[in-house]
Ligand binder design. Structure first.
Ligand code: SAM
Length: 317
């Protein structure tokens, strides 16, 4: 069953500022670079890999919620500049709510959506969309939705949730936003860095940081990993460099139970890849995505996301 009324464990929303402003400013400043520049980047393969994973995940979840039978509504929590818009189009959903803390990114996302609509195929029915600028770790989306009664079939939170683990109240509000408007049987899907892997690599290093010429992860200290606020800085050739926080997955899973969610699937990126690449369609998609570099200007190439991590999805019961 599903409870309408929720009592936060901390009884109130966290209204302090924390790192939220830094995150918004950072993502707002990130320049929307063209594909030619991106192609030159050494991280393009990583971006394409991440996009492949998101595409496979989105495709599978849409099959589960039964696209085509009725309108599917999706919440893209931390939508960024709209890197997943084409995936939602391909998935033939009927309604999308995009929310992000960075107002410039939300505007770019809206612009991309408008462009996509105006260039749609004749007769194509592209989903309706709504755009919300909000700190989803501190504000309630249900209060900002144009239709407060709207129920989502899927909430997708791609490479975002770890920002909220700064405090319990923030992590809980983010989770509440993700889950409270899901209909029974709906799914919360997401990708987030793997805390076990991060700590394992840190412990194996002889300093507070590890990485290579492409990426670097720097912790403030070693040996102590608080459940919330365990901060590290992640940089990927200057693309992302704002504080992130470890997400201790068993805790996240427990917290999600408060919203009547149960874990149905969780894999590392490596495991996910090994499992899904066996499928011929997924293999073809990977080849196409890795080949995008060769086709600058191709609309499909306007796909972007960031760091390596972990895959999970949970189902509302
Ligand atoms: N989901 C998009 C994708 O996969 O392409 C963007 C991922 S990007 C790595 C992280 C996004 O999370 C940024 O757009 C950032 O502004 C957003 N974000 C971080 N903290 C947030 C918060 N508290 N509320 C809403 N969005 C947040």
């Amino acid at each position: 069953s599903e409870s309408e009324e929720y009592v936060s464990p901390t009884k109130k929303l966290d209204t302090g500022e924390g790192h939220s402003q830094k995150v918004a400013t950072h993502y707002n400043r990130l320049q929307e670079c063209g594909l030619a520049e991106r192609s030159r980047s050494r991280i393009i393969h990583l971006r394409n890999f991440n996009n492949w994973m998101k595409s496979v995940l989105i495709g599978e979840i849409l099959d589960k919620v039964g696209r085509g039978h009725r309108g599917v509504a999706v919440l893209d929590l931390g939508c960024g500049k709209g890197g997943d818009l084409l995936k939602w189009r391909k998935a033939r959903i009927s309604r999308l709510v995009c929310a992000d803390i960075a107002d410039v990114s939300v505007e770019q996302c809206r612009q991309r959506y408008n462009d996509m609509r105006s260039r749609g195929y004749p007769g194509e029915r592209i989903f309706n969309a709504e755009f919300i600028t909000a700190d989803c770790a501190r504000e309630l989306l249900s209060e900002k939705l144009s239709d407060p009664k709207l129920r989502f079939d899927v909430c997708s939170c791609q490479f975002v949730y770890h920002y909220s683990f700064e405090s319990e109240a923030q992590a809980d509000t983010m989770l509440r936003n993700a889950c409270e408007r899901l209909r029974p049987g709906g799914f919360f899907i997401g990708t987030t860095p793997d805390a076990y892997e991060l700590v394992k690599r840190l412990e194996a290093s002889d300093s507070n940081s590890f990485g290579n010429e492409v990426y670097r992860v720097t912790f403030q200290q070693k040996g102590s990993y608080p459940l919330f606020g365990c901060q590290y800085d992640f940089s990927l050739e200057g693309v992302v460099n704002v504080p992130e926080f470890l997400v201790y997955f068993p805790l996240f899973e427990e917290m999600a139970k408060r919203y009547n969610m149960r874990l149905v699937y969780k894999k590392t990126f490596h495991e996910f890849f090994e499992e899904k690449i066996k499928n011929e369609q997924n293999k073809i998609l990977m080849q196409r995505m890795q080949g995008l570099e060769a086709y600058p200007g191709d609309d499909r190439a306007r796909l972007a996301s960031d760091s390596p991590g972990e895959y999970d999805h949970a189902e509302k019961i």
